[in-house]
Design a protein around this ligand. Structure first.
Ligand SMILES: Nc1ncnc2c1ncn2[C@@H]1O[C@H](COP(=O)(O)OP(=O)(O)O)[C@@H](O)[C@H]1O
Ligand SMILES: [Mg+2]
Length: 303
């Protein structure tokens, strides 16, 4: 059974401290009915020119559901609204106050003293190889359905593999982290997936791509990382990371993707209400996921 889209509604005043990192309006909130951990309430951005709400909310929720199918650990996301404005809540990946996040840029600069932590766009020091080295002393997330010998980097490679599937272009060095607890260091579950699945496209363009398979294919092929050195294609980045991991890791994530059926994808996307995601956007997202899955699996078997 797919998880239902059940929105949590907030009124002003519910929100606690602002979250200083990242780019959107967001606040930490409590949801006692879902346990003790705080949740980060993030509003979907609105295009000031015409008031269009971007699909960051449905993209973030959908990617979390897909991550569950793939077996990639990811922050739990629920749909939300703040006085009628579309949003999501993302449950803290920290279990209690003994845990802290050490973001990728800090992890990388601890390993490479010259690493530039402040770069916003393409970063010459940001490569899968650098990430592998920086994670060498870090354990994988605590709960995961992967072989017991998996390292943090074997799991991190799964994050960029998932990004290639969902056309997620935002895996910059503050969009992954390590959880510190006393002397223990573990890769944090993946978070911040709103920038994916063509969330910002307009429906007329989605409709044109649905009429022309080659157009959709070209759009998918153009998906590059904005942050890694060389701005690689998302699929190239995924294969580079998996090649740096091991053949077994490569096979593991490819088999996990192979096991996600078109029905699985359709039933996840079908949960998003039509009032939030148009019919065209539903069809486009399903077609995009099927196309990218095929591209990745073809890439796996041809190499
Ligand atoms: N589920 C979460 N658990 C703990 N910290 C989080 C979680 N989600 C986001 N954060 C923190 O908040 C910051 C901003 O949130 P993010 O989801 O990345 O939003 P933005 O799209 O604005 O970058 C992250 O860099 C991270 O430090
Ligand atoms: Mg972010």
């Amino acid at each position: 059974m797919p998880t239902a889209w059940e929105s949590v509604h907030f009124v002003r005043g519910a929100a606690e401290a602002d979250e200083p990192m990242g780019s959107k309006e967001k606040w930490w909130v409590e949801l006692p009915q879902y346990g003790e951990r705080p949740w980060l309430l993030k509003l979907a951005r609105v295009d000031e020119r015409d008031g269009t709400v971007s699909g960051e909310d449905w993209a973030e929720w959908t990617v979390h559901q897909l991550a569950e199918h793939l077996g990639v650990p990811s922050a739990t996301v629920r749909p939300a609204s703040l006085e009628g404005r579309r949003a999501i809540v993302s449950r803290s990946v920290l279990h209690d106050r003994l845990e802290y996040l050490d973001h990728g840029n800090s992890v990388l600069s601890a390993r490479f003293p010259g690493y530039d932590q402040s770069v916003q766009g393409e970063n010459p020091g940001y490569t899968p190889l650098a990430v592998r080295d920086a994670l060498s002393e870090v354990a994988p997330p605590a709960d995961g359905d992967w072989p017991s010998h998996f390292s943090a980097f074997d799991v991190w490679a799964g994050y960029v593999f998932m990004d290639a599937w969902v056309a997620g272009r935002d895996r910059h060095h503050e969009n992954w982290a390590v959880v510190l607890r006393g002397g223990e260091r573990r890769l944090a579950p993946s978070f911040d997936h709103g920038n994916a699945l063509g969330f910002q496209e307009r429906d007329d363009r989605r409709a044109r791509m649905l009429l022309d398979e080659a157009h959709l294919q070209r759009w998918a092929e153009r998906g590059t990382s904005r942050h890694f050195f060389g701005r690689p294609k998302l699929t190239e980045l995924a294969w580079r990371a998996l090649d740096l991991a091991s053949p077994a890791t490569r096979r593991f994530w490819a088999e996990r993707l192979d096991a996600v059926s078109e029905d699985d994808v359709e039933s996840v996307v079908a949960q998003v209400p039509r009032a939030i995601m148009s019919e065209v956007a539903h069809t486009f997202v399903v077609r995009l996921l099927i196309t990218n899955r095929r591209r990745l699996l073809d890439g796996y078997s041809s190499s």
